[in-house]
Ligand binder design. Sequence first.
Ligand SMILES: Cc1cc2nc3c(=O)[nH]c(=O)nc-3n(C[C@H](O)[C@H](O)[C@H](O)COP(=O)(O)O)c2cc1C
Length: 326
Amino acid sequence: MDNLLLRNRFTEQFALRLPLMQGPMGGISGPNLVAAVAQAGALAVLPIWSMSVAAAIEKIAETKALTSKAFAVNIRADLVQHEHIHAAVDQGISIIHLFWGNPAASSQAIPNGIKMIATVWDEASAKAALDAGACALIAQGVEAGGHVLGTTRLQELIPAVCSIAGDVPVAAAGGLATAEDIKQVFALGARAAVFGTRFVATTESSAHRDYKAAIVNALEDTTVRTECFDGAWPNAPHRVLRNSTFTTWEKAGSPAPPNRPGEGDVILHTANGQSIPRYFISPPAQGMTGEIEAAVMYAGTGIGKIQDNPAVATLIEEIRVDLLAG
Ligand SMILES: Cc1cc2nc3c(=O)[nH]c(=O)nc-3n(C[C@H](O)[C@H](O)[C@H](O)COP(=O)(O)O)c2cc1C
């Protein structure tokens, strides 16, 4: 009998060596990480939604120079980024990943033959993604690091989404970091797992070393789902590590902007001298300087399970071997 863990509708559809997807992570999953994941046989996703079209084309080209394997690009559904989609398809991208909102309007720009996958967080969003033509769904639970619309735990979300997905395979995202976690979501009906935070702490991620260390050093779940870090993207809940900016704001009674502690302080500088204020959405990346600890550090509830900072190929091969053992 085939081992479903290594071969199923999800792995077949995207020609993968294992049922694993790297969650797109703005500012963190750049060309090096995406290419390494694709090379290792998992589904890799390059976020391009926060960039200009010209910058997106450059990042896609940079990634393609590092791998000949297919990878997806990540687009924000609510922004209806048709130009980004057209540019990505022109660059040879064959998988478009839509998140945050109903994918119907964005999917209009996706030509026949290009695969669309969508992040969903409840039954209504799953139905909308299926109606828009998604060939796989990512069920994102409340456990997930980064921006997260859902309030439902994977334990309930996966069966609910699978029950309406029919033949369309479902990948589970949120708090997952080990081969054991993959087996657990399979038992609930998922056919792949998405790792986000796990890939932040890898050699190829663009995260600042202090951000990687904060994940590796956390012995248990110290994350919180909040709307604290709203600079450039208000009213969008996100799961983060509790850091000094968060705890100071919480102690002050969680006031609304513009009356938050340290509002407007510049806490980081990028390598090319750009200033990043407190409460801004950009996580600390390589080359940034300043108060790294005070910047937003997105992380899922699985951080306690992440205790090293391996090369992507090593991490993925270890997981594959574990899955192969059944
Ligand atoms: C640093 C970080 C940035 C993220 N940025 C994005 C993004 O730009 N687009 C997106 O669809 N999801 C984003 N996410 C969510 C991930 O793709 C994925 O759903 C999530 O990380 C899974 O939960 P986990 O972190 O517990 O593994 C981000 C997550 C993290 C940790």
